[in-house]
Design a binder for this molecule. Structure first.
Ligand code: PGA
Length: 248
């Protein structure tokens, strides 16, 4: 049995005061949560979450990183810097990074490798746009995104990674993929990896992301190949986030 993992993606939200209230609320409700839980926060708040969450059941991470180890890359943050602040996870290839910051499959593959080189766990996001879904290319797009990482790091690298299937049309839109739609893509992903390495495929945590709420989480998470979620909007409210964590 794979353990479910629920990760919050705060995106560019929060302040020291807001985070304090949110973290206190989440910690207060963790007693009856069985799933793994993490929050991925903006860089400036890593020190705050490290001091607040050390020793708790909630892990933390970042939402991006540089693919480079060090050097003249003004404004960038390396994997070893994230490690200094106790990050367990780093999201790579989120659709907002791909769409708004031009991150190609090759850059995402480099970032994935950089996270693993520092001994941290990447949460690799894949997913199709509405146009791609309607054009019937969902599986081809997801396969291409995965293949870039597998070509660079090898299928065995997925034993130390988390995947997140996030259909772009479901992110922040209130439109969740139906449990059947999501399960179909998750099964496709696991099947694709099973063909390369059955053991890696069975152990791989594949989260679903895109408008997950307390009200749809139970049905999504009860699908055979959905192992928890990557949660945007609902991770900014302690009660909403906890409801999703309890569903996992
Ligand atoms: P959402 O975001 O839950 O607000 O749809 C998910 C994500 O982008 O990771």
């Amino acid at each position: 049995m794979r353990r479910k993992l629920v990760a919050g993606n705060w995106k560019m939200h929060g302040s020291l005061a807001e985070n304090e209230a949110l973290l206190a609320g989440v910690l207060a409700g963790m007693a009856d949560v069985k799933a793994g839980v993490a929050v991925c926060v903006p860089y400036p708040y890593l020190a705050q979450v490290q001091s607040r969450l050390t020793g708790s059941a909630v892990a933390w991470g970042a939402q991006n990183l540089s693919q480079h180890a060090k050097g003249a890359f003004t404004g960038e943050v390396s994997a070893s810097m994230l490690k200094d602040f106790g990050c367990a996870y780093v999201i790579v290839g989120h659709s907002e990074r791909r769409a708004l910051y031009g991150e190609s499959d090759a850059v995402v593959a480099d970032k994935f490798a950089a996270v693993q080189a520092a001994g941290l766990t990447p949460i690799l996001c894949v997913g199709e746009t509405l146009e791609e879904r309607e054009g019937g290319t969902t599986e081809a797009v997801v396969a291409r995104q995965l293949d870039a990482v597998i070509a660079q790091s090898g299928v065995a690298s997925l034993a130390k990674a988390v995947l997140a299937y996030e259909p772009v049309w479901a992110i922040g839109t209130g439109k969740t993929a139906s449990p059947e739609q999501a399960q179909a893509v998750h099964a496709f992903i696991r099947g694709k990896i099973r063909a390369l390495d059955a053991g890696v495929a069975e152990g791989l945590v594949i989260q679903y992301g895109g408008s997950v709420k307390g009200s749809n989480a139970v049905e999504l998470f009860s699908q055979a190949d959905i192992d928890g979620g990557l949660i945007g909007g609902a991770s900014l409210n302690a009660e909403d986030f906890l409801a999703i964590c309890r569903a996992a």
